[in-house]
Design a protein around this ligand. Structure first.
Ligand code: ADP
Ligand code: MG
Length: 616
């Protein structure tokens, strides 16, 4: 029989291999950014168009490449980073396989411009689907620019497989953030479709985290530090009260490389034991330094898992370090942004004489003054809200003392809820309702009785109300005397911009959307000032995986999210009036049977059913 085995031509082999390295535009972003870091750049610019589908470009001021290297770098297994197999055990660079550029060039149009510092001229190369088109000398600044256009142009199946722009964009931002967090001393800029999303000047780690995740992040962070023989732990974790519902602010880096580790995550969660509410996630930015020969770095380039020699010890060290920091800083005041955390323990004061503390007295304070409502808590935005008991407003009034921390200042609370004593009213009302376990409302109906889930019912009522506001009628909004400033991360700001129009239909009035905060001068009448940030936080959280394309489903998502945030919760005591409002409100709805999330809102139990129970 004749021989049938053939070597695949290079461009076919490259295309196949490319599938492993380049899964989506974000993979290109990662590889190009890491190459720029390896080239010792101090300034790296990422330019992206159409979530990377049309362009991913990285410009750096690093070492650049010689004429020969510029051509060589597109060959498979062409790398300047290792020479011998033993080098694998001492790797300090991000790349080392020499696969990325060959793979990218196999499935895109790539333009490379590069120049080394002392060369007079640089090199300009165009390569398309592994084919060199041109290579010319060119006048260029020191450094390298890779522009990757039309990704997957020759693999339509892959191109079609890409997710929506929002999803691909998210992946790119994730990769950018990981590299930027691993290298705070490098200046990074990220421009998407012509607008600057991030501009992160060279800084220390804390400032880098804050620059990425908005100004309010600073007060959340508690430093962690530990040095042992096998590992150095460095970084920040968030105070428990700032935990979030999602895991978007959790980062592990090992030797400045972003990794995922369920095991180490578990170690950190163990440190927070007993400090977090159910389902809440702390933020963490943990940097581990280990000797390169104690980890198995020889992992696949796109994988973020890693194998440690001594995992158990790492677990224990990480847990106790985090626990220690939480204990130490939980009671301490918020750290100053500019202040060096090392100076926070003022040892040099130890031998000083104590001075008389200064006490500030407000001589105008009159304890009998009526005007408590306008009392300002240290400049905070919370003011007691005075509203008439409009139909729906009354639903909320009973909730305050139960759910809102800010309302539970002792002097604000009524001594005893007067409704507690209304039980003495024995008058028989036909529509009398009862609340059971602060969860269900029981109501007598003609055929027997009805049990209503208070949370789901209220969700349904609010959902229909918001949807109506957004689609049919002009929503009314209450103007705020003092505009609210709410901080968001850059991703979240991006989302808010896209949702602006839809949110304005619910009654929000946005004055300004800046790069890290929004200023709101009007809010929907159903929302109180102190609820605004909760509502918006939950909204961006609910829409993390992408905003629906059509405006109808956008409205629908917003209405659902707001209904969920603002509906009475299980465990909330309701006055009889409030119970009645829920029952009436529910049955005035178009679809009273189910919550906006398709769960039953009530069940009925007929007298027959009851009779059967008693027949036994
Ligand atoms: P690896 O990073 O694994 O070595 P790559 O395919 O990503 O493989 O890159 C191949 C080589 O091209 C690198 O080893 C490096 O020498 C060179 N190179 C790539 N990008 C740059 C850059 N931005 N600046 C200077 N040299 C670069
Ligand atoms: Mg590389």
């Amino acid at each position: 029989m004749s021989s049938i085995i053939q070597l695949l031509p290079d461009h076919v082999a490259n295309q196949i291999a490319a599938g492993e390295v380049v899964q989506r535009p974000a993979s290109v972003v990662k590889e190009l950014l890491e190459n720029a870091v390896d080239a010792k750049a101090t300034d790296i610019k990422l330019i992206v168009k159409d979530a990377g589908k049309s362009l991913v470009q990285v410009i750096d001021n690093g070492n650049g490449m010689s004429v020969t290297d510029a051509r060589m770098c597109f060959e498979r297994h062409a790398t300047s980073k290792i020479r011998h197999a033993e080098d694998l055990f001492t790797i300090h660079t991000k790349g080392f396989r020499g696969e990325a550029l060959a793979s990218i060039a196999a499935i895109a149009h790539v333009e490379l411009k590069t120049k080394q510092e002392f060369d007079e001229l640089g090199t300009h190369i165009i390569i398309e689907g592994s084919k060199f088109i041109t290579q010319d000398p060119s006048v260029l600044p020191k450094g390298t620019s890779f522009a990757v256009k039309n990704l997957f142009f020759n693999i339509p199946a892959r191109r079609n497989f890409l997710k929506s722009e929002t999803v691909e964009h998210r992946h790119i931002v994730d990769e950018f953030q990981r590299v930027a967090l691993a290298h705070p001393s490098i200046h990074f800029t990220f421009i998407h479709n012509g607008s600057e999303l991030f501009n992160l000047p060279s800084s220390n780690l804390r400032q880098r985290i804050v620059a990425i995740f908005s100004g309010k992040t600073n007060e959340k962070l508690v430093p962690v530090f530990e040095e042992t023989e096998i590992v150095q732990v460095n970084g920040f974790i968030s105070k428990p009260e700032f935990s979030k519902k999602n895991r978007s602010e959790q980062f592990f880096f090992v030797n400045n490389r972003y990794i995922k580790s369920g095991y180490l995550h578990h170690a950190l969660m163990a440190a927070y034991e007993g400090l977090l509410k159910d389902g809440m996630q702390p933020g963490y930015f943990i940097y581990l330094e280990v000797p390169p020969n104690t980890i198995d770095i020889n992992i696949h380039p796109t994988k973020t898992e890693i194998k440690f020699d001594d995992e158990h010890a790492l677990y224990a060290i990480l847990r106790s370090t985090a626990k220690h920091s939480l204990g130490q800083f939980n009671v301490a005041p918020v750290l100053d942004f500019e202040r060096d955390p090392n100076l926070d323990t003022p040892y040099h004061y130890q031998n000083k004489d104590a001075s008389t503390p200064l006490i500030q007295v407000n001589s105008n304070f009159n304890p009998f003054a009526e005007d408590k409502a306008t009392m300002n808590f240290g400049g905070s935005i919370y003011r007691e809200r005075k509203t008439e008991n409009a139909h729906w407003e009354s639903l909320y009034i009973g909730l305050k003392n139960d759910t809102k921390e800010i309302e539970s200042f002792p002097f604000e609370q009524e001594a005893v809820s007067s409704s507690l004593f209304n039980v003495t009213e024995i008058e028989e009302s036909k529509n009398r309702t009862y609340q059971i376990q602060k969860k269900y409302i029981l109501s007598s109906i003609k055929s027997g009785m009805m049990v209503i889930d208070q949370k789901r019912a209220h969700q349904r009522i609010l959902y229909e109300q918001y949807l109506k506001n957004m689609t049919v009628q002009q929503a009314s909004s209450q103007h705020l005397l003092f505009p609210l400033e709410i901080y968001f991360s850059t991703n979240e700001i991006h989302l808010m911009k896209e949702l602006k129009a839809a949110l304005e239909n619910t009654g929000f009035i946005f004055d300004v959307i800046e790069s890290d905060k929004i200023i709101i001068s009007g809010i929907p009448i159903q929302v109180t000032e102190s609820e605004v940030s909760i509502v918006l936080d939950e909204l961006v959280n609910d829409l993390q995986d992408g905003i629906p394309e059509s405006s109808f489903s956008q409205n629908d998502s917003i209405a659902k999210s707001m209904a969920r945030s603002l509906a009475v919760k299980t465990g909330t005591y309701l006055t009889e009036k409030e119970q009645e409002n829920i029952v009436n409100g529910l049955f005035a709805c178009k679809e009273p049977d189910v919550s906006p999330f398709n769960k039953p809102t009530f069940i009925t139990i007929s007298v027959d059913d009851l009779d059967k129970k008693f027949a036994i």
